[in-house]
Design a protein around this ligand. Structure first.
Ligand code: FES
Length: 206
């Protein structure tokens, strides 16, 4: 498995992703409408494939919405989580393989400083590589806290239908599924409240 800055395996899921648009906003909560993405700026396609950082304006991202960017040919999910989702995360610890994110390959250390259950620099904003750590498909987001066909006690998260791997809204993998590790958190930092850079650690980060 590659580290936070590495590339994952090339696979069908990624190829499918690459055929899709590179920057979209999707609603993640019931009753929430997708919004147009107002501003973003990115390097050229050639630079992105080479691994150049991607800068994203998240000022239009509302609670319950997901923005999908692309970095190194991978989908990067940027999700603004609700208070209810944040409160649900600690209640899931007993059902997870690595609830405190003890595997250092799956996230930079600085995203664990505030709270290992959140796996994020900002409490509400989650930044994840949207590829299952089993075979690399891009899981579905099922963000609502309500019984799901695959889990009667579902608290929101990501579900990979091909082999039924499940992750919570921090990308932490459930016990008893094929995916071996939590979803990858890419290197990233905030230039200001509304400007996120994917691919570069915060200044001074270990
Ligand atoms: S690739 Fe589908 S369960 Fe992981």
């Amino acid at each position: 498995m590659s580290g936070p800055g590495g590339d994952g395996p090339v696979n069908e899921g990624r190829r499918r992703f690459l055929t899709a648009s590179t920057l979209v906003v999707g609603a993640v909560g019931a009753g929430v409408t997708a919004i147009p993405f107002i501003k973003s700026w990115n390097p050229s396609a050639r630079a992105k494939l080479a691994g150049a950082p991607v800068t994203v304006d998240i000022s239009a991202l509302q609670e319950g919405q997901r923005l999908v960017a692309e970095w190194r040919g991978q989908p990067i999910w940027i999700v603004k989580r609700s208070k209810a989702i944040l409160e649900a995360l600690p209640t899931l610890d007993g059902m997870l393989k690595d609830p405190e994110s003890g595997n250092p390959d799956q996230q930079p250390a600085y995203v664990l400083e505030a709270n290992p259950e959140l796996r994020s620099i900002k409490a509400d904003i989650s930044v994840l590589v949207g590829l299952c750590t089993h075979l690399g498909c891009s899981p579905e987001m099922v963000a609502e806290i309500r019984p799901a066909p695959f889990d009667a006690n579902w608290k929101g998260g990501y579900f990979c239908p091909c082999h039924k791997s499940k992750f919570d809204m921090a990308g932490r993998v459930y016990d008893g599924v094929p995916a071996p590790t939590n979803l990858l958190v890419p290197p990233h930092h905030y230039v200001d409240d509304n400007t996120l850079v994917i691919g570069v650690d915060p200044q001074g980060a270990a």
